[in-house]
Design a protein. Structure first.
Ligand SMILES: Nc1ncnc2c1ncn2[C@@H]1O[C@H](COP(=O)(O)OP(=O)(O)OP(=O)(O)O)[C@@H](O)[C@H]1O
Ligand SMILES: [Mg+2]
Ligand SMILES: [Zn+2]
Length: 371
């Protein structure tokens, strides 16, 4: 799905110091300690999924390196954060710093660009202590560009710091890997996404139900940017934003609808299950995607049934009420029945994907299994 890019909310609410970065404590703690001990490395690789804070942390680090308050005030230095008030910090935030070079490897892949970069690396910073190079989507560099970068990483000038970022870790050559400090940005637990969305909605005076916020958090699949962009898009609606409204705009059934359907099926309520399927379809929600969601949902119930310890894995994907619901359903479910259901829903799903009969295979699978 393509969400509106360039929305204002995600820029407005970009964290300005390490402490404000959510859900990546293993990274922010380590960097803060490095800053306090004045042991920031010359090359980093930030990798992990979209919208989890790679660019955000790179910019914070750039501010820490050049912050004037830090350089002038020992006590402040010991905080391991940028001040966000000195001219150096302000320039980074507004994208005007001459000593923080942000480059998108996806659109600067050529040898010429890398040659320019190499020239630029040799030059001392204009007025700051360090020159910071943030290279986004680094996996997209060409082989030649990688080789040029490698040479630089082997002997970086004392004033240069490299922060490489990528969503595709496997595509970064091992030779680069071995010369950088690596940080894995993890997907954000749904509760944390929900909390930030709720805070933003409050400040922005967006009138929205909790269930609708949960649905947005769920749709964003662990990334803040998408979550904030969807909220942004919804924020322009005049009336109160309900979960139903979000569902119809995204064309996607939320947890409640899917869990209701699963419950009906597990309780062998044929008529009501078919009605629920039809309601999803008639409301214009994508029935093929909903079937996929239903399969994932039942699979989780089966996993919890097999071993309740799986709860630990699911805790990041669900709110506590949702998790409680999953657990209740798993306690009541029959394992053999669940396995058969899953098998035939998976078959139905593959038939539905390219079929003009959309929801019919699902309907048949329900009727067959609930007999
Ligand atoms: N860990 C986080 N805590 C709080 N907000 C975050 C976090 N990560 C991202 N955001 C929000 O999402 C927006 C986008 O984040 P950012 O640009 O840092 O993501 P990214 O990891 O670089 O993504 P991409 O891989 O797509 O470049 C930020 O402006 C901020 O509002
Ligand atoms: Mg980025
Ligand atoms: Zn500063």
């Amino acid at each position: 799905m393509v969400f509106m890019k360039g929305g204002a909310l995600y820029r407005k609410y970009r964290p300005k110091k390490l402490e404000d970065v959510l859900g990546e404590d293993h990274i922010t703690e380590t960097l803060k300690n490095a800053a306090i001990q004045d042991r920031i490395s010359h090359a980093y690789l930030f990798y992990g999924s979209r919208g989890t804070g790679k660019t955000t942390v790179a910019r914070i680090l750039a501010k820490i390196l050049n912050c004037e308050t830090r350089q002038q005030n020992q006590k402040f230095f010991a905080k391991g954060e940028p001040c966000n008030e000195c001219p150096k910090c302000i320039d980074v935030d507004s994208g005007k710093s001459l000593d923080v070079v942000e480059m998108d490897a996806a659109s600067n892949r050529g040898i010429d660009e890398i040659r320019d970069l190499k020239e630029s690396i040799k030059l001392s910073p204009t007025s700051s202590k360090y020159k910071v190079f943030i290279i986004d989507e680094v996996h997209q560099l060409t082989k030649e560009a990688f080789n040029a970068l490698l040479k630089t990483l082997e002997e970086p000038p004392a004033h240069a710091v490299f922060i490489l970022a990528t969503t595709e870790y496997e595509k970064v050559p091992g030779t680069i890997m071995s010369r950088v400090q690596k940080f894995n940005f993890r997907k954000i637990p749904i509760q944390k996404l929900f909390k930030k969305l709720k805070d933003i909605a409050k400040i922005e005076k967006i009138d929205i139900e909790d269930e609708a916020l949960e649905l947005i958090a769920e749709t964003a699949e662990g990334g803040f940017r998408d979550a904030e962009s969807i909220l942004d898009q919804m924020g322009s609606l005049e009336e109160k934003i309900t979960a139903d409204k979000i569902e119809s705009i995204l064309g996607k059934a939320g947890f409640k609808k899917i869990s209701n359907l699963a419950e009906l099926v597990l309780n062998k309520k044929t008529k009501e299950s078919i009605e629920a399927v039809n309601a999803i379809y008639n409301n214009g929600l994508n029935i093929v995607d909903s079937t996929k969601e239903l399969i994932h949902f039942l699979r989780k119930i089966l996993a919890l049934k097999a071993n309740p310890d799986f709860e630990k894995i699911f805790i990041e994907e669900f709110t506590s009420t949702e998790l409680a619901k999953l657990k209740t359903l798993s306690v009541g479910a029959d394992e053999k029945f669940l396995i058969n259901l899953l098998k035939s829903f998976i078959r139905a799903y593959s038939e539905m994907r390219y079929s003009p009969f959309s929801f019919i295979p699902l309907e048949i699978a329900i009727i067959e299994n609930l007999k």
